[in-house]
Design a protein around this ligand. Structure first.
Ligand code: PMP
Length: 336
């Protein structure tokens, strides 16, 4: 059957480079996204070219993972309620009026995932922005907001044996009095992008940011823990971090399930060099073992015992094969 849908953005570029054998095929786009109260065919959701950038400057968003369970034939959204609460906090900081209630956002996400018939791991991204293409540098607080939700396949990297070599970035984490890092605002990701790009150019997998006080803040897209003498340590919410939902989950599960004591306190750069274990954590990053920092081996230079046990635990919790913390999982296809 002829496919008369318009080519996805970037398709022409892709074809050119693919014939040179340089890129893999772009993933197919899902059938639907959700925009302002309704499911819209992916290809029909377009905006005028002049809107590029301006809408994004003030936008806030969330990133939520859904994990497919073969055993249960269901998809589980991890800690959806917490993500929606953080979205509301980000909107409040940006002086955005709620466009849609948390209950309606939940229904919207479930409708979207069901309409796309996902039977695989996914990443769901609600994005809230000021309507009408308000130029981003102007005061904006009375304008109505709009909501876009996308969901795409995003295979988990848990238990695939990955490990990261990181550097301390020369870029400093955004300060609360500059652009508040506790808001999950699109514009904040310029900071993350500079960090990741610098790290990759210099031969590392990722970068870790210090804050304006010179203390450890977080990774480009993830929070950080170190383990020393059996205690897991992570910087506090006032260190310039995004208030990570994965970090909060681990602060509960590490002591309660694995019997690993946790400490929330300021962390020096050199503590990372001397740690027995370091790992990053986040919705997309999941549990990412860090095996060197600035080419100092962390511990043995292999992912450590606590990190491995945690990765196993997290894998079970997000997919529901471990029944603990049932409230953390929202099933998409069956009732809870
Ligand atoms: N810090 C930053 C800058 C992030 O982008 C993320 C990913 N959302 C995190 C930390 C981890 O947060 P969460 O566990 O809520 O995904």
């Amino acid at each position: 059957m002829a496919d008369d849908r318009p080519a996805p953005p970037g398709a022409a570029l892709h074809e050119k480079t693919a014939t040179q054998g340089q890129t893999a095929a772009p993933p197919p786009t899902p059938a639907y996204l959700w925009h302002n109260g309704r499911l819209v065919p992916w290809q029909d959701a377009t905006v005028h070219i002049t809107q590029i950038g301006w809408t994004a400057i003030s936008a806030v968003f969330e990133g939520i993972r859904g994990y497919w369970s073969n055993e249960r034939q269901d998809l589980y959204l991890f800690r959806l309620d917490e993500h929606l609460k953080r979205l509301a906090r980000s909107m409040k900081l940006m002086r955005m009026a709620p466009a849609v209630s948390a209950a309606d956002l939940t229904s919207a996400m479930l409708d979207l995932l069901r309409a796309n018939e996902f039977r695989e791991d996914v990443y769901v991204q609600p994005l809230v922005y000021f309507a009408g293409g308000v130029p981003g540098y102007r005061a904006a607080y009375t304008q109505p907001t709009e909501v876009l939700i996308t969901a795409r396949p995003a295979p988990s990297a848990l238990k695939t044996g990955r490990a990261s070599h990181c550097c301390i970035s020369s870029w400093v984490r955004l300060a609360d009095h500059v652009m508040p890092p506790r808001a999950k605002a699109l514009a904040n990701y310029q900071n993350s992008r500079l960090v990741s790009t610098e790290a990759r150019i210099n031969g590392y997998d990722g970068g870790i940011m210090l804050n304006e006080r010179g203390k450890v803040a977080e990774g480009a897209y993830a929070c950080i823990f170190l383990v020393r003498d059996g205690v897991a340590v992570t910087p506090p919410a006032t260190a310039g971090i995004l208030e990570s939902i994965t970090r909060a989950s681990l602060l509960e599960a590490l002591p309660q399930v694995l019997g690993v004591p946790v400490e929330v306190r300021e962390v020096d750069r050199t503590e990372l060099y001397l740690a027995d274990e370091v790992f990053l954590c986040g919705t997309l990053a999941e549990i990412d073992p860090v095996v060197s920092v600035d080419r100092y081996s962390v511990g043995t230079g292999e992912p450590g015992t606590v990190t491995r046990r945690l990765e196993d635990l997290y894998h079970g919790l997000v997919r529901g094969t471990d029944p603990r913390y049932p409230a953390w999982r929202i099933p998409v296809y069956h009732d809870a």
